[in-house]
Design a protein around this ligand. Structure first.
Ligand code: NDP
Length: 424
């Protein structure tokens, strides 16, 4: 996918998409996730060269892993379809029409927890079971994600939409990026569902299962483990509390739905975002000094304020550009653009063009700091996430420059900083 950015009157073409990296990424990322698990569990958090032992640690799907994932995915899909929720309209698409979305994430999230608590208390489910099942589960979900991506590729070819217009490159690249923007069966929206349900909730479920594994293995749940679970639970619960804001994110508005997002949602999120909890479950519990806990909690909530404040402000502005700014309450100042939608230039969006990314990074750092200074792999999340958001900001910048032209230049001149005011 190549965006053409027109900046300052001269036409500059720059791609920050994945191009020829698509094939290597599809081939290497699945074993890479297995390798991370192996280093954490078998090599106690130390990065080690993959050897025969690593190959032997990879598991084929088992009956249990297929049952767990099949049950989980179906359960979440049924909740998406049948749990009561509000119907809302998305942001207008290129042709002016709007898609309808059913927002029942909060209900699905809390209902899932109620069911899990009942299953655990009644003895039907062993809450620490996932720890031993992760290798087989990873293989199962990887195979499913490839299968789903094939289905999405065919769907997009048969039902071209505005995302299909963006297709450039060969079959592999189209498969990777997706052939359509909004693949749907009836009102079931595959992108919103995969982005916001099975993988996202599984992330926290795996975390808490790892806390139970720590309890089983070491007879205690450490404060770092409690904090990691609490922070992640908070992050996902908040996402459902502001579920409608998902509809104005880059992924929903501008990204096609193919292997990259489907695999990312189903494999990457639940199996790499849980690395801190996996690290803590795989070694003897330890404690940090009180001042460290205080600093970490402060960093998390300061980051949260930036992240949520910026996201909710933009979302409120996109819904009604004349309404007072959410959180700060002032009147919105904006640049009216030739492209239709205006650009906010005060509040969080007047300080930097992506304070929401800064807040997200601060939270991510706090989650890693909880693991102490024992393992570089326990910091994998913040390293990867920094690269992801730096790359994403560049892509968003090019896309916005193409969409808004000189109005975007004016916005960038008024709001100079990309992510970190005064620095970057
Ligand atoms: P944004 O929510 O910042 O959305 C970018 C879009 O916002 C632009 O394309 C543009 O779209 C619009 N926009 C940009 N500037 C302005 C402005 N001044 N006024 C009004 N609208 C503007 O980015 P993302 O969707 O990438 O991220 C959303 C959140 O999700 C972030 O907090 C991010 O950190 C988080 N995230 C988390 C991930 C995770 O794995 N945990 C992964 C990726 C993101 P348009 O003008 O077309 O409306």
């Amino acid at each position: 996918m190549v965006f053409t950015a027109q900046a300052g009157g001269s036409r500059a073409t720059k791609s920050f998409a994945f191009g020829y990296g698509a094939l290597p990424m599809m081939l290497l990322l699945p074993p890479f996730v297995s390798w991370l698990w192996w280093c954490m569990v078998v090599r106690r958090g130390v990065p080690a060269l993959p050897d025969g032992e690593f190959i032997r640690s990879i598991r084929a799907p088992s009956v249990t892993s297929v049952a767990i994932f099949g049950g989980w995915f179906s359960f979440q899909a049924l909740l998406q379809i049948y749990a009561p929720g509000r119907w809302v309209e998305g942001i207008p698409m290129h042709d002016g029409t709007r898609l309808k979305y059913k927002l029942n994430g909060s209900r699905s999230w809390w209902f899932t927890w109620a069911v899990l608590v009942v299953l655990v208390l009644s003895g039907v489910v062993d809450p620490s079971k996932l720890y031993g099942q992760i290798p087989a589960l990873m293989s199962t979900v990887n195979i499913f994600a490839f299968g789903l991506s094939i289905y999405l590729y065919i769907w997009g070819r048969r039902h071209p939409d505005e995302g299909s217009e963006q297709l450039r490159g060969n079959v592999v690249q189209s498969f990777f990026m997706g052939t359509s923007r909004n693949p749907r069966n009836g009102l079931f929206d595959w992108k919103l569902f995969c982005e916001a349900r099975p993988g996202l909730i599984a992330w926290v479920v795996i975390d808490i299962s790892l806390a139970f594994a720590q309890l089983r293995l070491y007879g205690t749940v450490s404060t770092p483990m409690i904090l990691v679970c609490f922070f992640h639970f908070w992050y996902v619960a908040d996402c459902y509390l502001h579920e409608e804001a998902i509809l104005t994110t880059w992924d929903i508005r501008h990204e096609n739905f193919g292997f990259m997002l489907a695999w990312g949602d189903l494999v990457w999120v639940p199996f790499t975002y849980t690395l801190q909890a996996l690290f803590l479950a795989s070694r003897r519990p330890f404690a940090l000094p009180l001042w460290a806990y205080a600093g970490i909690v402060l960093l998390h909530f300061a980051g949260f304020a930036l992240f949520r404040g910026a996201n909710i402000q933009k979302h409120g502005f996109r819904k009604d550009p004349r309404a007072p700014l959410r959180w700060s309450g002032g009147r919105p100042e904006f640049i009216a653009t030739g492209a239709g939608s205006a650009l906010l230039v005060n509040g969080f969006w007047g300080r930097a063009r992506h304070l929401n990314y800064l807040g997200d990074l601060m939270m991510g750092l706090s989650w890693c700091l909880v693991t102490g200074l024992h393992s570089v792999l326990a910091y994998f999340y913040i390293i990867y996430f920094t690269l992801l958001l730096l790359h994403r900001e560049r892509r968003d910048h090019v896309a916005c420059a193409a969409k808004y032209g000189r109005d975007w230049d004016e916005y960038c001149a008024r709001v100079r900083w990309r992510i970190l005011p005064g620095v970057y």
